[in-house]
Design a protein around this ligand. Structure first.
Ligand SMILES: [Zn+2]
Length: 270
């Protein structure tokens, strides 16, 4: 694969200016992009902003006060095109391309995750739904993954689990991680494999494991280990002292690798 396109950070100033004509980045969170739009959250104004960078057009949507207050905090979200399931659909401007925005957060008593979804076609948020978390949960910092018509995020705290938000039924549930995730110490990522299933990448000790979530015809889900490789094999000779480098106070060169999830190939990018 070729190097990805790189856009200077200055191009990513939120498309909204404050009352002084400036842009105070500390109030903004970038929740990621999908289907050509970027989703931003203004923590001060309590509103999401769906931004179309090629045109600079954007839409602001206020979140209900009960989503982000002294009891709950929004931690992440996802934007998607409402017409994406139509294979003849071509993404375009806001007039031809309605959108949905999902938000996910954590209750400040650290016991539940919650979610809701907004539709630009109805102009309404769905009812807030919650799911109990069987461990102390603090935040949902990592980007979500869209698999079929469900969004997945990994809440982080004193345990491991994956929040599943079904966009058809507007239900939220906590999915167990693979048993291999118990020893992760937070070094894991959820991914979408090219065959359309949820994957879990686990960095455990000196090896990287790829787990795939299989759902049988009866609806019972299980995790299957698809691949496990030593980091030394994946990264090459430069990783021979990988463990020592991590704990060393010396500055080490940053290296970026890309994994092709469909083929489980590893490529060094920088
Ligand atoms: Zn679209």
């Amino acid at each position: 694969m070729d190097l990805p396109d790189r856009i200077p950070p200055r191009h990513f100033c939120p498309p909204i200016v404050d009352e002084k004509g400036g842009c105070d980045r500390k109030h903004w969170r970038n929740f990621g992009c999908r289907h050509g739009r970027v989703l931003l959250y203004n923590r001060k104004q309590k509103e999401v902003v769906v931004w179309d960078p090629p045109t600079g057009d954007h839409r602001q949507v206020a979140v209900p006060p009960e989503f982000d207050n002294e009891e709950r905090m929004i931690w992440n979200g996802a934007v998607l095109c409402a017409a994406a399931s139509d294979h003849s659909h071509v993404h375009g401007g806001f007039c031809s391309c309605p959108f949905k925005v999902a938000v996910v957060g954590v209750t400040l008593n650290h016991t539940q995750v919650f979610a809701s979804i907004y539709s630009s076609q109805t102009g309404k948020w769905s009812n807030l739904v919650s799911a109990a978390v069987p461990f102390v949960v603090y935040y949902v910092a990592r980007p979500g993954v869209l698999v079929g018509n469900a969004l997945y995020w990994m809440p982080l705290g004193h345990g491991y689990g994956i929040a599943e938000f079904d966009l058809d039924t507007h239900t939220l549930a906590l999915v167990e991680c693979s048993s291999g995730a118990k020893d992760l110490k937070g070094r894991s990522r959820i991914l979408l494999a090219q065959n359309g299933v949820l994957c879990l990448a686990i960095l455990s000790g000196h090896s990287l494991q790829m787990w795939e979530r299989k759902v049988c015809s009866e609806g019972v889900a299980s995790w299957v280990l698809r691949k496990s490789d030593k980091l030394q094999k994946i990264l090459g000779r430069s990783s021979q002292n990988f463990g020592k480098q991590i704990s060393s106070p010396k500055i080490i060169p940053m290296q970026v690798y890309m994994v092709q999830v469909c083929m489980l190939k590893w490529t060094r990018k920088s």
